[in-house]
Design a protein around this ligand. Sequence first.
Ligand SMILES: Cc1ncc(COP(=O)(O)O)c(C=O)c1O
Length: 428
Amino acid sequence: MPQSPQPHLSQRALQAAGQPIGPLMSMALANPDIISLAAGFVDNQSLPTSITRQAAEKVLTAGDQSKAALQYGSNHGDEQLRQLILQYTIDMNRHAAGDMQPYNVDLDQIFITPGSNQFLFLLADTILDPGDIILCASPSYFVFIGAVKNIGGHTYGVATDSLGLIPQALEAALQQLESEGKLSRVRAIYTVPYFDNPGGTTLSAERGQEILEIAKRWSRENKIYVIADEAYRLLRYQGKDVPSIHHWDPELEHTIVAGTFSKSFSPGIRVGWGIVPRELAGPLGDQKSNLDFGAPHLSQKIMATVLADKLWLGHVDKLRNVYMERCNAMLSALATHLGDVDGCHWHETQGGLCIWLTLPNHIDTGLDGGFLQAAVDAGVIYVPGEYCFASQGEPANHSTIRLTFGVQSAERIEQGVRLLSEQVKAWQ
Ligand SMILES: Cc1ncc(COP(=O)(O)O)c(C=O)c1O
């Protein structure tokens, strides 16, 4: 019998293997009544059907312009939408900082992508060669960690505290990399400054500025960018907005901003964006034109109409109320059920959709640790924290959990945290 030929998989495809979502979804699907505190979905009830219908109707009843919305758009993305996003970014920063900082950013520096994940991937693919390094908070958004790995790059974790990435630890990490002769491989520092996924932390304005200063100071042989992934910026339930890192870099020389309407409007529309320094606009545009030469035009036109007709921020106010209740439900359930258990702690997030929970050291929350299966059997599922650690730098903490409160009702959140805490106590 002739041997059947072996399929060839690219190195990149092999590097894409091992993403956590598949096994977690299978576990959740095997138990349909499970309370998922794992999903990164948004609240289903609040999805803006009527606003979207109103905007779509306007887009599709505009004569020839309607036809244009159903035609390919430009590689960069819809101009009106880019203009609106730029204005929004500037207004938010000026409002948060209480000043009128002049900005110097062109529309050519803005790209619309089908979700900010695609922008982050494109960016990584544009600035990284295999072996290059991205510094990031420990823990960090695991999809971005996966993207860097897929490209053959390394993520290097930097210690965090309740205020996010610690500037002194960032400085120490750069010193360490320099002593290993790897400084020239450092391309960027990735941050989720507002209500980090998974850490739940928010960088203060001072820390944001310090991180930017560090990036500038260490840009010796090569430029080191600061990526500010602002996916959750608008989902604030407590405290005052802080200016984006971009505010301290008005020429956008070192900062790259990523944003999305997925959390603050609808992930089904899947419109995200990126704003890049001038020198990256050409190369990133070239990469993009290989990938899609333009995000779905209709979605962009609908989002542009939602923004132009001022239908967006009112909706965000409603979302804030929904999520604030759930966030409070999760924080108070954690305090009630785990507040007096030694070794359990979490950050009191001021917004976003997740809470980072640390359990006692002897509990391994990972896929093979036994605890996850016990939690699933008890009726609750979470994302094991081990997926959220970089490949180098700060070591992974295997006793951590990412909890999300976006999908379940306050009652189910309370029930889920109670079930989880019963398992924690049973494993004491
Ligand atoms: C920190 C962070 N960045 C980016 C994204 C990407 O969202 P999207 O691709 O839907 O815009 C997410 C989604 O969960 C996220 O949590």
